[in-house]
Design a protein around this ligand. Structure first.
Ligand code: MG
Ligand code: MG
Length: 634
C-alpha cells in the first residue's frame, strides 16, 4: 500500500519543474515512485530496466504515477539506433515502434535516444540525421517526440554540439536535443553554447555531478555520478547555459551511484531535490532562495545524558578546565563553560534530548551555530526541504529556532542579541566562575562520524543550508581500515566541520557509528592560544589523555628538524604536530568519554588552516590500543 505523499514545501512558481530518473533510487519501481512523490518531485524518468523488472504493465505504472501526482516526463534509454547498416537499420525502426507502444501505455510523449556505441555504427552525420528524422516522423504520427543525446563514450557522437548539428540537419519538429551535464563536463567540453540552442529544440535537460576521478568515463558514469553540488564538476556553469537558452522544460537528475542505490529511497530523493533547488538558485543568481547565513562560530554543543551520565561527563569536563556556569531555570539542563566554549548537558526527561539519549546514549544531540539572521536562515532551510524544529519552552524563556540535520541532530540558529540580554541570562541561573581554566577559548571544529556511503548527504546539507565550502577529500589510515575525511568551512573559517566515513566497522569512525547507531559528533576540537599551558593544566587536573608512542617523536624530529625545546615539549605532554609552510598545528587528545566521543585541544600558529590529518593515523592507532575493537567488528 502506498502512503500519501506529503507535499509540504511550495516552491517558487518561477522555477523549473523537477524530475528524477528512477535509476537513481533504491527499491522496487513503486518504492522509487513513492519516494520521488513524497519529497516533492514533479515528475520522473522511467528507466527501461526498472520497467522490465516491475511485476505489472506500463498502464499500471501510469496509474501509480497519476495517483501520486507524478508526471512521466520521459522514457529511456533507446540505444544503438542511428547510422546502422542494413539489416539492423530496418530492425531498429521496428524496435522504435515497439518503444512507442510502451510510451503510449505509460502516457509519456518523449523518448531518449542516446548516441550509438555499437561497433557497426557508421561515422556519417547524414545517415544519423536521416535515421533520426525517420524515427521522429514515425513518433509524430502518434503525437510522440524523440530527444537525441550525445553519450560521452559513444562511438562517434560524444559532444552535445555534435548531437545538435545532427538534430539541426534532421530538421524534424518532433526531434530535439537532450543535454546531460555529466557527458559534457566529464569530457571537459564547453557547455556555454547551449545558451544559443532555441528553447523549443531543447527537449530535456539531465543534471549530474561527479567527483574528479581518474577512471574511464563509462565506469565513472555508471558508479560515481552524484547530485549537483556533491561533486567537482561545474554544474552551475552548465545550468547557467541551459537557463540562458530560455529552456522551460524539467530539470532532471540522471544519476547512477552505487551508494545511492543502497540507501533509503526517500533520503536520496530528498538530497536530489535539495540539490536541484540549490543549483538552479545558484545558477540564476540566487533567485528564489534566501541568501546563506554569514556564520560566527559554534555558540554551544548540547549533550544528551541522564543524571548518572551527566555527572560523569561533568567530572570529565572539569578535568579539562570547564566550570559549572549555569543551571537552566525550568529544566534539568546544566551549562559548562570555559572561555567562549559552551557545553550544555541536557538530562531533561520527555525532551528531544531524552529521546536522543534513548537512541544513542551519551552524545551530542544539538549544536548551535551563530548566524547573522536566524529568520532568513530558517527560510532558506525550509526552501531546501529542511523543516524547522521547535522545542517546548517555559514562560519567559527564549525560543531558539532550529533545523534538523540529516542524522536528526538539532542545529540551533543563534543570532546577535538586540535586547541586550543573552539567552543564557534569560534561560539560565548563571553561576560565578570557579575552578582552573585550561586556556580553552572557542570551539575550533567539530568532527562527525558518518555511516559508509553517506558523505554526500551531509556534504550537501551543510553546503546548501549553511553555505559551507567542501575541501578536498583525504583518506587517512586507521589500524583497521581507511577513513575518508572531508572538511567543510564557512567562507570566513569561523565554522569548521569535518565529516569522516569508513567502510570498515572496526576503525575509530566505524566503531563510533556502530556503537552510536548512526551519524553523530565523534570529536570536538577546542582552541587554545598556548597549548603547552593547556596540556600542563590538563595534567594537573588529571585529564584522561591519549598516550602517543615514542616513535612518533623520533619521526617528527627527522621530518621537521624541530629544535630540542619544541621536541621536548611535544613529547613531555603527548602533543601532536603538523606544519604547512611556516604555519604550525599543535594538538593534544583526550581519551574517549564512555568509549564514545573525545576532545582535542588545538593551537593554530601563523594561520594554519588544516586539521592535522597527517596525525589522524597516530591518534587512531593509540585509540585502538586503549580500546581494541570487538572481534565481531573485524
Ligand atoms: Mg543522460
Ligand atoms: Mg560541483
Amino acid at each position: 500500500m502506498l502512503s500519501e505523499p506529503q507535499r509540504t514545501v511550495v516552491r517558487p512558481s518561477n522555477t523549473l519543474r523537477k524530475c528524477i530518473a528512477t535509476v537513481a533510487l533504491s527499491g522496487t519501481l513503486p518504492d522509487k515512485l513513492e519516494a520521488a512523490a513524497a519529497v516533492g518531485f514533479d515528475g520522473v524518468e522511467i528507466m527501461e530496466s526498472d520497467l522490465l523488472t516491475f511485476d505489472g504493465s506500463p498502464a499500471d505504472v501510469r496509474r501509480i504515477c497519476e495517483g501520486l501526482g507524478l508526471a512521466i516526463d520521459i522514457y529511456q534509454p533507446f540505444r544503438d539506433f542511428e547510422a546502422m547498416p542494413e539489416p539492423q537499420r530496418a530492425r531498429n525502426m521496428d524496435r522504435a515502434e515497439r518503444k512507442f507502444d510502451v510510451m503510449q501505455a505509460l502516457g509519456t510523449d518523449l523518448v531518449l535516444v542516446c548516441s550509438n556505441t555499437h561497433p557497426a555504427t557508421i561515422n556519417d552525420d547524414s545517415r544519423a540525421a536521416a535515421d533520426l528524422a525517420e524515427m521522429a516522423e514515425r513518433a509524430a504520427r502518434r503525437g510522440l517526440r524523440v530527444g537525441y543525446e550525445g553519450l560521452s563514450w559513444a562511438r562517434h557522437v560524444t559532444l552535445w554540439g555534435h548531437a545538435w548539428r545532427i538534430v539541426q540537419q534532421a530538421a524534424h519538429p518532433a526531434l530535439g536535443l537532450i543535454v546531460d551535464s555529466f557527458h559534457t563536463l566529464s569530457l571537459g567540453d564547453d557547455p556555454s553554447g547551449i545558451a544559443q540552442v532555441p528553447a523549443e529544440k531543447l527537449f530535456f535537460v539531465q543534471m549530474a555531478d561527479a567527483p574528479k576521478l581518474s577512471l574511464d568515463v563509462l565506469s565513472w558514469s555508471r558508479h560515481f555520478r552524484n547530485f549537483p553540488g556533491q561533486g567537482d564538476l561545474d554544474v552551475i556553469g552548465f545550468m547557467r547555459a541551459v537557463l540562458a537558452s530560455g529552456y522551460t522544460g524539467p530539470l532532471s537528475l540522471e544519476v547512477f551511484n552505487d551508494d545511492f542505490r543502497a540507501a533509503p529511497a526517500r533520503l536520496v530523493a530528498r538530497d536530489g531535490l535539495r540539490s536541484l533547488i540549490l543549483t538552479e538558485a545558484e545558477a540564476s543568481g540566487g533567485a528564489g532562495l534566501p541568501a546563506a547565513p554569514t556564520l560566527g562560530g559554534v555558540e554551544f554543543l548540547e549533550f544528551a545524558v541522564d543524571e548518572t551520565a551527566g555527572q560523569a561527563l561533568a567530572s570529565f569536563l572539569r578535568t579539562l578546565g570547564f566550570h559549572h556556569a549555569g543551571r537552566h531555570r525550568s529544566k534539568s539542563v546544566d551549562l559548562y563553560r570555559q572561555g567562549g566554549v559552551n557545553l550544555v548537558l541536557n538530562a531533561e526527561q520527555d525532551s528531544a534530548a531524552a529521546e536522543h539519549f534513548q537512541l544513542h546514549g551519551s552524545s551530542v544531540c544539538a549544536m548551535a551555530i551563530r548566524v547573522d539572521d536566524a529568520t532568513r536562515t530558517l527560510d532558506r532551510a525550509r526552501a531546501l526541504l529542511c523543516p524547522e524544529w521547535q522545542e517546548p519552552v517555559g514562560a519567559g524563556e527564549r525560543r531558539i529556532p532550529a533545523v534538523r540535520a540529516p542524522d536528526g541532530t538539532l542545529v540551533y540558529l543563534v543570532q546577535p542579541e538586540t535586547s541586550g540580554r543573552t539567552f543564557w541570562e534569560d534561560d539560565f541561573e548563571l553561576l560565578p566562575a570557579g575552578g582552573e581554566p585550561a586556556n580553552l577559548t572557542e570551539i575550533d571544529h567539530v568532527v562527525l562520524a558518518l555511516p559508509a556511503g553517506r558523505m554526500t548527504t551531509y556534504l550537501l546539507f551543510w553546503r546548501a543550508v549553511f553555505g559551507l565550502v567542501p575541501q578536498p577529500q583525504l583518506d587517512t589510515p586507521d589500524p583497521y581500515g581507511l577513513v575518508q575525511s572531508r572538511a567543510l568551512l564557512s567562507p570566513n573559517a569561523k565554522v569548521r566541520l569535518v565529516l569522516n566515513a569508513s567502510e570498515s566497522r572496526a576503525t575509530a569512525t566505524g566503531r563510533f557509528v556502530s556503537a552510536y547507531a548512526g551519524a553523530g559528533v565523534h570529536h570536538v576540537a577546542l582552541s587554545t592560544p598556548d597549548i603547552v599551558r593547556t596540556a600542563e593544566m590538563f595534567e594537573a587536573l588529571h585529564a584522561p589523555l591519549l598516550a602517543v608512542p615514542v616513535n612518533y617523536y623520533d619521526d617528527l624530529s627527522a621530518r621537521w628538524g624541530l629544535d630540542d625545546a619544541a621536541l621536548t615539549a611535544l613529547q613531555r605532554h603527548g602533543l601532536l604536530y603538523d606544519r604547512d609552510g611556516e604555519s604550525e598545528f599543535w594538538q593534544i587528545y583526550t581519551d574517549a568519554f564512555h568509549d564514545r566521543f573525545f576532545f582535542e585541544a588545538v593551537q593554530r600558529r601563523a594561520g594554519y588552516a588544516g586539521f592535522g590529518a597527517v596525525n589522524a593515523s597516530v591518534r587512531a592507532a593509540a585509540q585502538a590500543r586503549q580500546h581494541p575493537p570487538a572481534t565481531d567488528l573485524l
